[in-house]
Design a protein around this ligand. Structure first.
Ligand code: PA5
Length: 447
């Protein structure tokens, strides 16, 4: 691929000057140095930095396992939550057929479970799985997270009753810690094949480990190209101390300067529903990495033009606390033109012969102009097309920018202590052994 992901800051100029962005980005080279020398906070969680090289030796095994699951089943259920499922889903939904499960004569479907505790969701999934020949990839770094653990208990039971314990064991892959956690013990007891999530890589930075790569490979996508794209961005940015040439430094600096002017909410914008889950992955990456110690930019997202008819009004005229980061994709993957009609009763003949992408592109330019006029700062990220290579670039770009941005904010971007609060309350309310006293206190509070 000739082009790289690039960043355009020209729509920021009435809010922060290019010189200010360059100055903060240049100062932030020290954060890049801290990452590379592992001297900043959270420095025992930096394995993701060198993943594009480190993962290569595992790609053969991941591909072989994916081939096996595709040969013995028509569907794979990926069980995981947060960083243990969002990366895979982001890549798969960006690059697969939009209506993949409804396609006839095709390859392999991917469904997701363990990312909620909704009885109806899992019951509906089981109804579908009754008629499917399916496999399971269960992912949990800790091996103890409640949501995927419950989903796995239920689906394992369903699969074993459907095809027998031995056959089920051949179709269940566990991705977890090398030694500890309930999932590791379960895998050992039942003889499941396993992949390891390295200790030095947190969930939300794990998409280029087997956590993301195995489901992506099972879906039929090219994981080598994904890793190659990430590697190309690592080469471009990881040691690039010339701030004006380093998109991750520029992005991290720009968004922090916007925060300093009171823009505390960032909206990630895509003009294709294919980017919906990439935005979900990005929200977790930045939300969990930065939202602590009373700091951080609140990450949100929209799918345009869909959400121009819902949130567009607020973005155009509501509180000026927002800025947008638009992922602009130059070329679509498919081709569709608008037909001419003789009577033109819908008055659309002015568009006849045009491709939908041309209309969408003009919607994008028009929206950026309108939102700029409405005093919304806009950062634009440009990529030529959606394919594995550029999604790999986007992943590495955001991960590196997120780490730098966390250091600019002076937080540890690699922990997530706040996630425990709801878990402790839920365990106490459900009388989990060890939480009895806390349960009593909570029930008093609820009276
Ligand atoms: O980024 C993270 O660390 C979290 O989102 C985790 O991925 C998530 O909580 C799931 O944890 P686990 O993989 O231990 O089940």
């Amino acid at each position: 691929m000739k082009e790289n992901l690039s960043i355009n800051l020209k729509n920021l100029k009435s809010f922060v000057s290019y010189e200010e962005v360059i100055a903060l980005a240049q100062q932030s080279v020290r954060h890049l140095d801290s990452l590379n020398s592992a001297t900043g906070s959270g420095n025992d969680f930096l394995g993701w930095l060198s993943l594009p090289d480190d993962i290569v030796s595992q790609l053969d095994r991941i591909e072989r396992k994916a081939k096996h699951l595709r040969s013995v089943s028509d569907t794979t259920v990926v069980i995981g939550i947060g960083g243990s499922y969002l990366g895979a889903r982001a890549v798969i939904e960006a690059l697969s057929h939009t209506f993949a499960p409804m396609q006839k004569n095709k390859h392999h479907d991917i469904f997701y479970a363990g990312h909620n505790i909704c009885e109806d969701y899992l019951s509906d999934l089981i109804e579908i799985l009754d008629a499917r020949n399916y496999s399971i990839i269960v992912i949990s770094k800790s091996g103890t997270t409640t949501e995927p653990a419950i989903a796995f208990r239920i689906l394992k039971d369903h699969l074993e009753r459907k095809i027998g314990k031995a056959k089920a064991a051949d179709r269940i892959i566990a991705i977890t810690d090398e030694a500890k956690g309930a999932l590791r013990s379960l895998a050992e007891t039942n003889g499941y094949d396993t992949f390891v999530i390295p200790d030095d890589i947190g969930g939300r930075f794990s998409v280029l480990t087997p956590v993301g790569l195995l489901p992506v490979a099972v879906s039929g996508l090219d994981i080598r190209l994904l890793v190659k794209g990430a590697k190309s961005f690592e080469l471009l940015a990881r040691n690039n101390k010339k701030a004006s040439d380093n998109p991750s430094l520029l992005y991290a600096a720009a968004r922090n300067l916007l925060l300093q002017t009171g823009r505390s909410t960032e909206i990630l914008v895509g003009f294709t529903p294919r980017l919906h889950y990439l935005a979900e992955w990005w929200k977790q990456l930045f939300g969990e990495s930065e939202g602590k110690d009373g700091k951080g930019i609140f990450p949100s997202s929209v799918d345009f033009t869909t959400d121009l008819h819902s949130l567009g009004q607020y973005i155009q005229e509501g509180q000026r606390i927002l800025f947008e980061t638009v992922i602009s994709v130059k070329n679509p993957r498919k081709k569709l033109t608008i037909p001419r009609e003789t009577d033109d009763s819908d008055q659309l003949n002015y568009l006849a012969g045009k491709r939908l992408s041309e209309v969408n592109h003009n919607a994008e330019i028009g929206t950026i102009l309108a939102h700029s006029d409405g005093n919304v700062p806009i950062i634009t990220l440009n990529i030529p097309e959606l394919n594995e290579y550029y999604i790999g670039q986007i992943i590495y770009f955001f991960e590196l920018a997120c780490a730098i941005s966390g250091y600019i904010l002076d937080v540890n971007p690699f922990d997530q202590p706040g996630v425990e609060a709801y878990k402790n309350n839920m365990f106490a309310l459900l009388n989990k052994p060890g939480f009895e006293e806390a349960g009593k206190e909570l029930r008093e509070k609820l009276k």
